[in-house]
Design a protein around this ligand. Structure first.
Ligand code: BG6
Length: 495
């Protein structure tokens, strides 16, 4: 077996980290525009105001619930004298032709991008859409069509219009379903001849630990997070229904954050910990792709006294309109243990301990040569639906060498390990895989740290953490390597 000729090779981006132009042509503020995190050396601050008491303050405003947050019930805003890298990012807004042409040069079959909801409905609850925002995406999709690249479009990649967070506590309110469905219907109708593949919510399971980022939920207690997730599931099912009605050719997928999880030891307690912890991930796919609330989650809600307000038809809708395919991000793996004596460095993301068998980058993210194969098998066995790897890659503080080039052999090594794992899953295990879009194919701003210097691209963009640089695009060594991989349909992974 080998990859199907229709296998979709390409790269992935998100508007809030890549587009820039954060207020251009009538765009409103989105949650990511005020979501800043302490980059390694320079924490960036936001200001907040309590509308009831008039009290104000300044704070770092983190990505995860265990980082610093604005106080519950207060409204975050940006500080005019601070620099926020994502506001200009790498300026796809004005470089889209050049960037799409670089993608075409590599042989991309697909380009994953997101529509920034606040470009279309600046406040989220506006009566009329912003035509200038819609016209921008027309230009982008036309360019994709011209270059024979299929767009894969995320409707919401951490880009809830900020006004919806402030006025309604984001997705905790059922009203968000209507606002989202109005937005989704508009863009599905407008672009369906140019865009066949859609994703609803990026990494929907991030609601579990980053509710503001995942759904503009400012007051993100357990009850509100559960309610917000439910509203996103309903909105997703409605999007599937509407997309199929508008054009049966359109496919709407789920997007899940899937980190492979290992037990540190053979201690059964460690194994059980893995199984229970994975329920926080599987729950989101069990509902959105599987179509049903799993018993373990309903039992958890009961134990915690969480009650989901739902309309009587919600569960029927979820069962009738599950996602057409399951896409996911997977960067590597993580390790957990019940043994307090095993400490040491944190693993990937927020939890876990270090894996002694794997190497990490400067941010503690591992290169795991088996993660993709394990992820693909786990997900295919559970859901029996076509899969799509829509994010995978490695962040690195790339340096420009004296010859003006970027010799990113570490990135090539990471991709070799990951693609060979993916290859085995398809050719040996028979997994049905639609495509692979490596993350941040052209340098963009990190979501987790807000930095520019955590680069993922095959193309370097001349821009630093403080806003210096010309935005010039430079092909890294990995550019030519990936081009060869695509040309050989994944057969040739050699240096
Ligand atoms: C995924 C997100 O979790 O990981 C992306 O969907 C993000 O938006 C990517 O950029 C890599 O994470 P980071 O924190 O290195 O940017």
């Amino acid at each position: 077996m080998a990859f199907d000729d229709r296998f979709l090779w390409g790269g992935a981006t998100a508007a809030n980290q890549y587009e820039g132009g954060y207020l251009d042509d009538g765009k409103g503020l989105s949650t990511s525009d005020v979501l800043t995190v302490g980059a390694n050396d320079k924490p960036r601050m936001v200001t907040w105001k309590n509308p009831r008491t008039g009290e104000t303050g300044e704070t770092e405003f983190g990505f995860y619930t265990d980082q610093r947050q604005v106080p519950v019930g207060t409204i975050p805003a940006i500080l005019p004298d601070k620099y926020y890298p994502s506001h200009e990012a790498t300026d796809f807004y004005h470089h889209y032709k050049e960037d799409i042409s670089l993608m075409a040069e590599m042989g991309f079959k697909v380009f994953r991008l997101s529509i920034n909801w606040a470009r279309i409905f600046p406040n989220g609850d506006d009566e009329q859409p912003n035509e200038a925002g819609l016209a921008f995406y027309d230009r982008v999709f036309d360019e994709c069509v011209k270059q024979h690249i299929e767009p894969l479009v995320t409707l919401s990649h951490y880009e809830t219009p900020l006004n919806l967070a402030i006025k309604y506590n984001g997705w905790a309110s059922r009203k968000l379903i209507d606002f989202f469905v109005k937005y989704a219907t508009l863009v599905l109708k407008r672009y369906h001849k140019k865009v066949k593949y859609w994703l609803t919510f990026n990494e929907i399971n991030c609601m579990e630990f980053a509710p503001f980022m995942a759904g503009g939920v400012i007051d993100g207690g357990k009850q509100n997070k559960a309610q917000a997730a439910h509203h996103q599931f309903v909105a997703s099912a409605l999007t599937v229904k509407i997309a199929h009605e508008i054009d049966p050719q359109m496919k709407v997928g789920q997007m899940l954050n899937y980190g492979v999880l290992y037990a540190y030891s053979a201690d059964p307690a460690d194994q059980l910990k893995v199984q229970l912890q994975m329920q926080d991930t599987y729950f989101y796919a069990d509902v959105q792709t599987g179509g049903h609330y799993p018993k373990y989650r309903l039992a958890y809600y009961q134990r915690e006294g969480i009650k989901i307000d739902q309309y009587s038809d919600d569960f029927k809708l979820l069962a009738k309109y599950p996602a057409d395919f399951l896409s996911f991000s997977c960067y590597g793996s993580n390790v957990v243990t019940t043994h307090d004596e095993i400490s040491g460095d944190k693993g990937n993301f927020t939890t876990g301990v270090k894996n002694p068998y794997l190497k990490t980058n400067a941010w503690g993210w591992v290169t795991d040569p088996n993660a993709l194969r394990i992820a693909l098998n786990n997900l295919y066995d559970r859901y029996h639906k076509p899969l799509w790897i829509v994010e995978n890659g490695i962040g690195w503080d790339d340096q420009v060498s004296a010859d003006g080039k970027i010799h990113d052999d570490y990135r090539i090594k990471y991709l070799q390990a990951n693609l060979s794992s993916m290859y085995d899953a398809v050719t040996i295990d028979g997994i049905e895989l639609l495509g692979y879009t490596m993350w941040g194919c052209i340098d963009l701003v990190s979501a987790g740290t807000g930095e520019m210097k955590k680069r993922y691209g095959l193309v370097y963009v001349d821009k630093d953490d403080h806003g210096n640089g010309t935005l010039r695009r430079v092909r890294k060594d990995s550019f030519g390597w990936y081009k060869k991989v695509i040309a050989s349909n994944g057969q040739d992974l050699s240096d």
